[in-house]
Design a protein around this ligand. Structure first.
Ligand code: MUC
Ligand code: MG
Length: 385
């Protein structure tokens, strides 16, 4: 009998990496992105890596980088150490029993377990989820400089260099009228060469959303993401049935239970499926299955992870037959530096699925050493409003 490969050690590290420009969202302006990396060391000498990342400190959701790290170090690592490293489902079950919520922290650890397993059996992670049906996926870019002229120049350049022809505009900070005018200008500038969508990050009231959706639709915007607070399912259903523009759920989707309720309430036309927000790759695959079964559109969402989390998400989404709305797995491109030894490849309006075992990526140790917070470099996680 082969000896059991045990989980020997689980380590975490917080990285602060500058963004290439201010990323202006309705709830925060990002000038750096903070990622929590997890390394799991197994008794046979193999390792797995995972990432747990959120946006804008505590302004996007209930977990912060610091809470992700402490949930892993204080509660998850001690429970998992010594267990069979190949038993990923057993680890998920145990952690779900011991830890409520904390989905991003769970996703980071689970990602590292899957990566370790894939690397040990020498298959890409996609194979552990039934096998890839894509080798590349369409990838959107977010225009969020806070300035219409800059956004237009950025969009035109992306189309010119064939990197992106899907744009997500972050709005919800200004008045609805100003936001609609901003979107209309950008849509006019890109014309039929690109799809224009918006993300409100829950900033609108139902009243504002009614005006907003009407204006956005007339401007040629194709999709509106999470206009209302996550719990407003009835109001989201009213918007989804009242307008032609597609309504996408993001913050409303925290795992399969939410997915079922959102689908049953008809509170969205499209699911933005985020691995971190779902609570890990396995739960994200369940959210995807519910969306598919409900006949909804699917979109691969991001928490603006580095290449590590992006590679893991790509492995899962490579297995999804129909991704009608593509993906936004551009996280590494928003950062001034890449922490992978083999960065994710973007070309011809697509992102390529990394090849190789596990997530198909390894870290560049010089980069992680340079950006780790506990090495004494100080960098504020969020620049504020
Ligand atoms: C979100 O809410 O979708 C994804 C892309 C981006 O620019 O921000 C995120 C978060
Ligand atoms: Mg969103």
């Amino acid at each position: 009998m082969r000896p059991v490969t045990k989980i020997d050690q689980i380590e975490t590290m917080i990285l602060d990496i500058p963004t290439i420009r201010g990323h202006v969202l309705s709830m925060a302006t990002m000038r750096t992105q903070t990622a929590v990396l997890v390394k799991v060391k197994f008794s046979d000498g193999s390792e797995g890596i995972g990432e747990g990342t959120t946006i804008g400190g505590l302004s996007y959701g209930a977990e912060s980088p610091e809470s992700i790290q402490s949930a892993i170090e204080t509660y998850m690592a001690p429970a998992l150490t010594g267990r069979d490293g190949n038993d990923v489902n057993g680890a998920i079950q145990l952690i779900d029993r011991l830890v409520k919520g904390n989905r991003i922290a769970k996703a980071a650890v689970e990602g590292a377990l899957w990566d370790g397993l894939g690397k040990r059996v020498n298959v890409p992670l996609s194979q552990l989820f039934g096998g890839a049906v894509h080798d590349k996926l369409p990838v959107a870019w977010t225009l969020a400089s806070g300035n219409s002229e800059t956004d237009i120049a950025e969009a035109l350049e992306m189309i010119e260099i064939r990197r992106h022809n899907i744009f997500k505009l972050k709005i919800g900070k200004r008045s609805v009228r100003d936001d609609v005018a901003h979107v209309a200008r950008i849509k006019q500038a890109v014309g039929d060469a690109a799809s224009v969508r918006v993300d409100i990050n829950t900033a609108w009231s139902l009243q504002e959303a009614r005006w907003g959706l009407k204006g956005l639709q007339e401007a040629g915007c194709e999709l509106v993401e999470q206009p209302l607070p996550a719990r407003y399912r009835k109001a989201m259903a009213e918007l989804a049935s009242g307008y032609e523009i597609a309504v996408m759920a993001d913050e409303a989707l925290n795992g399969p239970e939410d997915a079922l309720e959102v689908a049953a309430a008809k509170a969205a036309d499209v699911f933005a499926v985020k691995v971190a927000q779902s609570g890990g790759l396995k739960r994200a695959s369940e959210v995807i299955a519910i969306g598919q079964a409900a006949g909804l559109g699917l979109y691969g969402g991001t928490m603006l992870e580095t290449g590590l989390g992006t590679a893991a998400a790509l492995q899962l989404f490579a297995t999804v037959e129909t991704l009608r709305w593509g993906t936004e797995f551009f996280g590494p491109l928003l950062l001034t530096d890449d922490i992978l030894a083999n960065p994710v490849v973007y070309r011809d309006f697509c992102v390529e699925i990394p090849r190789g075992p596990g997530i198909g990526a390894t870290l560049d140790p010089d980069k992680t050493d340079f950006y780790r917070r506990d090495r004494g470099r100080t960098m504020k996680a969020v620049a504020g409003k």
